[in-house]
Design a protein around this ligand. Structure first.
Ligand SMILES: Nc1ncnc2c1ncn2[C@@H]1O[C@H](COP(=O)(O)OP(=O)(O)OP(=O)(O)O)[C@@H](O)[C@H]1O
Ligand SMILES: [Mg+2]
Length: 578
């Protein structure tokens, strides 16, 4: 908890000037409020007690002046505190977002997108309230409490002791229960997050949902989650309300006691009525400030839990493995896998790659084939340093990639995923994603060669057509063409195509692959093939089977030497001839 406080104080402390204004405003509001008690005493003892109209008028003028100070102070306090909170939360949000993007891929296997969204929106907004509460009420109530207690003692030390004993009684149960509330708050936030993830997932796959008629089932599942959420949230509400009721009763009891004993003191002449009125005023101030502080304490547990969740994201460890000495550049681009063994972190007992060794020559077109699940995509993920292999060596241009920064590798390698990512925006912005400063001519030329112009010419807004979130308004094959264009625009030394043309017809596939080879002369192209026909002409073909290299060579050689290859080829030829 102290760590969390330190971080948030660090953020708030970046706004020293604003904080100074807030402090001045808080002090003037507090002193104006506290001075009213003194004026009351003068009004009653000197004005009412001695029939002095001028004294009454003066007291009222003074109160009006104090109200003016209060009003100005309140405005500055409220405005600047909210401004600070706004700035702190925005900065925290931006920092967390930036930090998230520094994490390795494995992180995102565990985190749900909806969860991230919820932490960066709902959770972070509760922190806004916490900062405002802290700056505004915590400090103000603190000042008021100390001020009111001192002034109370001046009025009547005996009664003051009575009230002072009441405060710990008030605070004690609240402190004990606050831990409980915090735990519950975290649970409530987690459930809120799960709800958000649920919504995200539902609407991201709404077509599947509808086609299987699972709307009712999905809605019921959501209902169950809501029910559990309400259960926990209401327990939390109950506890908080209990605090409040408790606080109010203790305050009321203390004041009744004060009135009782004070009245007896006035009768015996050891206290004036003005003294008692101003004492009660201060006692109420003490009660309200202390009660407010206690309530804040319980209220702050929610944001603390939220802050913990945001900071969990902000402080996630990044970079897979801190490399020892990093190579400044890559000399050439031959790729070697040497006895590489690899298991995914989430499935450590299953080897996706088993002591695989292979060579991919620079400047050549290499095809990779193999059955589903044999480890083809995994090869590409390792090359991109999305994961660390457990043993063996992967080298590019003779440099062990352990000694090459992932940035440098990704600078030279372009990757078209098996299921390409399309962002909301236009076709143009999706292509230019890899090179935001690309010229119009560059984009148009690549769009032409990747078969995009072909379908874009029928669209009214051409390349500037909006394609919807995740590209819902275009076809699978069109998405693939855009993803390929994006990769080619990046002008990589090594182009990785993971079944990048699987949704295209044979003819377009051949044409596009041929075009790519022409635009990228001398560059390495590695293509995982969906259809063997697309890589028949490759300079070299690697056959992967169950995480191992079964064979490699040209098409004609593999047909006779590789069982898997000839089998795959015949299967596809059969389908083709049917
Ligand atoms: N992120 C992951 N976490 C855990 N296991 C994974 C992950 N990705 C893939 N695997 C497993 O690793 C093995 C190899 O998967 P890979 O994706 O490399 O296969 P592939 O040859 O590309 O198959 P496909 O042709 O179906 O795309 C499979 O058994 C798969 O279940
Ligand atoms: Mg794959």
């Amino acid at each position: 908890m102290s760590n969390i406080l330190k971080i948030i104080i660090g953020y708030v402390a970046q706004h020293k000037k604003l904080l100074a204004v807030v402090l001045v405003a808080l002090l003037s509001v507090a002193s104006a409020t506290l001075s009213v008690g003194y004026v009351f005493r003068k009004l009653i003892d000197n004005g009412l007690g001695q029939n002095h109209a001028a004294e009454i008028n003066n007291s009222i003028y003074l109160i009006i002046a104090l109200i003016a100070v209060f009003a100005f102070g309140s405005f500055f306090r409220s405005y600047f505190i909210n401004l600070i909170a706004l700035k702190v939360v925005s900065k925290l949000k931006a920092d967390t977002y930036r930090n998230l993007l520094k994490n390795d891929i494995v992180t995102f296997e565990d985190l749900k997108i909806g969860d991230i969204i919820s932490r960066l929106s709902t959770d972070i907004e509760t922190i806004n309230g916490m900062i405002i509460n802290f700056l505004s009420f915590f400090i103000r109530n603190g000042i008021m409490l100390i001020g009111a207690i001192s002034l109370m003692f001046i009025q009547s030390p005996k009664l003051s002791l009575m009230v002072i004993i009441g405060i710990p009684v008030l605070l004690f149960p609240l402190l004990r229960l606050s831990k409980h509330v915090r735990k519950l708050s975290k649970k409530v936030l987690e459930e809120q997050s799960a709800l958000a993830s649920n919504v995200e997932e539902t609407f991201a796959s709404v077509r599947t949902l509808y086609s299987y008629n699972q709307q009712e089932f999905t809605a019921n599942k959501f209902d169950n989650k809501i029910t559990s959420y309400i259960k926990h949230a209401s327990v939390r509400l109950r506890l908080r309300s209990m605090f409040f009721a408790l606080a109010i009763s203790v305050i009321a009891a203390a004041i009744t006691g004060v009135i009782w004993i004070g009245s007896l003191d006035i009768l015996s002449g050891s206290m004036s009525s003005g003294q008692m009125v101003s004492f009660i005023y201060y006692a109420i101030m003490v009660g309200v400030s202390a009660g407010g502080l206690a309530e804040l304490f319980s209220e702050i547990q929610g944001p603390f839990a939220a802050l913990e969740r945001v900071l969990d994201l902000k402080n996630l460890d990044h970079d897979i493995k801190p490399s020892k000495t990093l190579a400044p550049a890559l000399a050439s681009y031959n790729i070697i896998f040497d006895k590489v063994e690899f298991s995914y972190p989430s499935r450590p007992d299953i080897q996706a790659l088993k002591s695989i060794s292979l060579t991919i020559e620079q400047g050549k077109f290499t095809g990779i084939v193999g059955r589903s699940g044999s480890g083809k995509s995994t090869l590409m993920q390792l090359l991109l340093k999305f994961y660390n292999h457990q043993s063996g060596k992967i080298a590019i241009g003779g440099s062990d990639i352990e000694h090459v920064s992932s940035d440098l590798i990704r600078d030279k390698v372009a990757y078209v995923e098996q299921y390409p990512a399309i962002f909301s925006g236009t076709i143009r912005s999706n292509i230019a994603f890899s090179k935001p400063d690309a010229t119009e001519r560059e984009i148009e030329k690549i769009a032409e060669l990747c078969g995009i112009s072909e379908f874009v010419k029928d669209l009214e807004q051409g390349l500037d057509t909006e394609i919807g979130e995740r590209g819902v308004r275009i076809s699978g094959g069109q998405k693939q063409r855009i993803a390929i264009a994006r990769a080619v625009l990046y002008a990589p030394e090594i182009l990785l195509l993971d079944e990048a043309t699987s949704a295209l017809d044979n003819e377009s596939e051949k044409q596009i692959l041929q075009n790519i080879s022409q635009i990228m002369p001398g560059k390495t192209i590695i293509s995982i093939a969906h259809r063997i026909s697309s890589i028949e002409a490759a300079d070299n073909i690697l056959v992967i089977d169950q995480g191992e290299l079964e064979a490699s060579g040209k098409h004609s050689k593999l047909l006779t030497e590789s069982e898997t290859y000839s089998l795959l080829y015949r299967e596809q030829a059969d389908i083709g001839s049917k």
